[in-house]
Design a protein around this ligand. Structure first.
Ligand SMILES: [Zn+2]
Length: 294
């Protein structure tokens, strides 16, 4: 937060994605957050998620966090804590405010005993698949004064904010409400998290990081890169029966996508050869904008 860069939080659904994300973080000397969504937990199971990430993280010396994305309940957070997650999230944004406060607080109480941080959500980052309007996005935005109270009451370590992005957008169209981000940062005083980044213009992401966004979630953009690799593989080798021929193209695509985002967020070249943060820190604005403009 002090150095005004953001750590990429990349959603992984399978072994190839875990490998690509962590290998790229190592090559870029970037701290990295690998996160699993509710869909990924249903698809792969909690134990596979933890096992895969542990194996990959043990092969590198940059810091790797395993984070629960949009944890649905107190119980699920406890299960993930026991399974070995090193960062949790409780998303009570669909609940009445008081219930969101109460459950977030309970999750923080147990997680903090073992030094695990908790992300919470206030306001609502909507789903593009629900066909949302601009008015609905604005009505669901995080209120800065309420954010201050929410952090005081819950003890949450970081806050997912609704500031103009929408989940699962397939192209970069959205502009974020930067003055709202600045106001929330001043009121809440904790690192802020941007969800739905795949649909946000690059300039807007950069400005958001400048004003308090410290973790940027990337899911849809990686899924698109993965599937594009499979399609290219089918086109190029229509008679191939070895799935590795397709999946290795997808894995390379994920590496490129992660590299682009890590550089955009300014988290590359942050970690020294001993695995700690470089001191003095490197300047942020030396990053080049991503090359994979669509
Ligand atoms: Zn999200």
């Amino acid at each position: 937060m002090a150095e005004r860069f953001a750590v990429g939080a990349f959603n992984a659904n399978n072994m190839e994605m875990v490998q690509a994300i962590i290998e790229t973080a190592q090559e870029e000397r970037a701290p990295v957050i690998l996160q699993v969504s509710q869909g990924a937990i249903r698809y792969a199971g909690l134990d596979y998620a933890v096992g895969l990430v542990k194996i990959a993280a043990n092969q590198v010396d940059v810091p790797v966090v395993l984070h629960l994305d949009h944890g649905t309940s107190f119980e699920q957070n406890v299960l993930c804590l026991r399974a070995g997650f090193t960062s949790l999230m409780f998303d009570g944004s669909k609940l009445p405010y008081e219930e969101n406060v109460a459950i977030t607080r309970k999750v923080c109480e147990i997680a903090h005993i073992v030094g695990i941080p908790v992300e919470a959500e206030l306001g609502r980052v909507l789903q593009s698949t629900d066909g949302v309007t601009l008015e609905e996005v604005e009505a669901a935005m995080t209120d800065p004064d309420q954010a201050k109270q929410f952090i005081e009451l819950t003890g949450a370590d970081s806050l997912a904010v609704a500031v103009g992005s929408v989940h699962a957008m397939k192209s970069r169209q959205a502009d974020l409400d930067i003055s709202r981000i600045e106001a929330i940062r001043q009121q809440a005083g904790v690192p802020l998290v941007l969800h739905g980044s795949s649909g946000v213009k690059h300039e807007s992401v950069l400005e958001a990081i400048e004003h308090g966004i410290c973790k940027v979630n990337v899911a849809t953009y990686l899924n698109q890169a993965f599937v594009r690799g499979m399609r290219d593989g089918f086109d190029k080798h229509p008679d191939e029966v070895d799935p590795r021929k397709y999946l290795s193209i997808s894995r390379e695509n994920i590496k490129e996508a992660v590299r682009e985002k890590v550089r955009l967020f300014g988290s590359n070249e942050r970690i020294d050869s001993g695995g700690g943060f470089k001191s003095p820190p490197r300047q942020y604005r030396s990053v080049e904008l991503g090359h994979a403009e669509e």
